[in-house]
Design a binder for this molecule. Structure first.
Ligand SMILES: [Mg+2]
Ligand SMILES: [Zn+2]
Length: 177
């Protein structure tokens, strides 16, 4: 039996508009600031219609740091799933110092969703805006697509593809761009 194809998507800087501090992107901390990119719905629907499962994999260390209640992140994810045809959201709430096994660049969130949903990672993609996304995707065996939003020092060494927007990533995956 062959597995299903998926696109794993980072949340902030890919689907959701981040805040920028010190030249890098961060998750917004208030529900009222949570906004999706204008092209997110169209891109997700195109990928969905092409047969891909859509799985969000997101580090949310502000929860572990006590800066955001998990209930606020849960509310953001209810909005996200109401607006976009995603099949699952995997979240890591730990801080770097927690030493958990799920925080990207580790691939556990991708692997967990793959096992649950019957995904073949070798036929799947990981889209992210940080080197840790690319590293997690690579470790899980996915084709990796880095969205270069111009952050200082964030260019990963080894993405399979580099693009500049989710729309461009989507066109690449669908082979029409
Ligand atoms: Mg991100
Ligand atoms: Zn974790």
């Amino acid at each position: 039996m062959t597995g299903r194809r998926a696109v794993f998507l980072d949340r902030d800087g890919v689907l959701a508009v981040p805040e920028f501090r010190d030249g890098r992107s961060f998750a917004v901390r208030r529900l009222e600031d949570f906004r999706l990119y204008e092209d997110a719905a169209e891109c997700c629907w195109q990928l969905k219609q092409a047969g891909f499962l859509l799985v969000v994999v997101t580090n949310q260390p502000d929860v572990g740091h006590g800066l955001v209640e998990q209930s606020v992140v849960d509310a953001m994810h209810r909005r996200l799933t109401a607006a976009l045809p995603v099949d699952a959201i995997e979240s890591c709430y730990h801080t770097r110092d927690d030493g958990c096994d799920c925080r990207k660049p580790k691939p556990a969130m991708l692997r967990r969703a793959a096992a649950r949903l019957g995904i073949d990672c070798a036929q799947s993609f990981m889209i992210g805006d940080r080197s840790s996304d690319v590293a997690a995707g690579r470790a899980a065996g996915c084709t990796t697509i880095f969205i270069d939003l111009g952050y200082c020092g964030e260019a990963p060494e080894d993405p399979d593809y580099t693009v500049f927007s989710l729309s461009e990533a989507t066109r690449l995956i669908l082979g029409v761009g």
